[in-house]
Each structure stands twice: as C-alpha cells, then as structure tokens.
Design a protein around this ligand. Structure first.
Ligand SMILES: [Zn+2]
Length: 121
C-alpha cells in the first residue's frame, strides 16, 4: 500500500498502516497503533512541531497584517483583534499536522535505512 506522507500528516494517521490514529489526545502520540500494533513509543518529533509552526507563522502573518494595514487602513485595535487569535488558531491546526508529518518522515527514513520496503511517496 502506498502512503503519501502529506496525507498521513493531514489526517494524523499511523506512518506504517495509514489507518490507525496517531494521537491519543491533541499532541500525545499513542504507544502503539490501534490497527497494526506498530510501536510508536520511540517516535519523537522533539521541538520540530513548534519550531516549524512558528517559522510558518512568521512568514505568513506579518505579510498578511501589512497587506491588511495598507489595503484597508484599519484602526490599531483591529490588528489586535485579528492577528493574535488567527495566529493561535493557525498554530493550533498546524502543530498536530507538523508533528504527524515529522513522525511519518522519521518512520519512512528509518524503514528505508533499515533496508525495508519503502512504499511512501
Ligand atoms: Zn498502524
């Protein structure tokens, strides 16, 4: 079965079978996959999720805020009402996706380096 790493990340699925849910909570990785019983306890994305998340936000939010400022000339409090909540919501959505993506990439490379069949795109 061929798995797209991005499909796994967006759906937050097990990197091996592509069916079991990866997280037990918001960002807590399950100890084992409920479908294929893959040991997920060794999968660790470290600080990669927050780092990439903040990196993406820093490239996205300031240009949008500048465009909003120069295009609509809003009062200062409009920026306060829009950008912090938007940043938090985007980061809330991005964190599990990025963490899932890092785990899928880590698993893919571990399997590949071990000489296993690599059926990822
Ligand atoms: Zn699985």
């Amino acid at each position: 079965m061929t798995h797209s790493v991005w499909r796994l990340a967006l759906r937050r699925l097990c990197p091996s079978c592509g069916q079991g849910k990866l997280f037990a909570g918001f960002l807590t990785v399950r100890a084992r996959c409920p479908v294929c019983d893959l040991d997920l306890s060794a999968q660790d994305s470290g600080d990669g999720g927050p780092t990439f998340g903040v990196f993406i936000l820093c490239f996205l939010i300031p240009p949008l805020a500048l465009w909003f400022e120069f295009h609509f000339d809003p009062p200062w409090w409009a920026h306060v009402l829009i950008w912090p909540p938007m940043s938090m919501l985007l980061l809330w959505w991005l964190l599990p996706v990025i963490k899932s993506w890092l785990i899928a990439e880590q698993y893919r490379r571990t399997v590949w380096q071990a000489g296993g069949k690599n059926d990822y795109r």
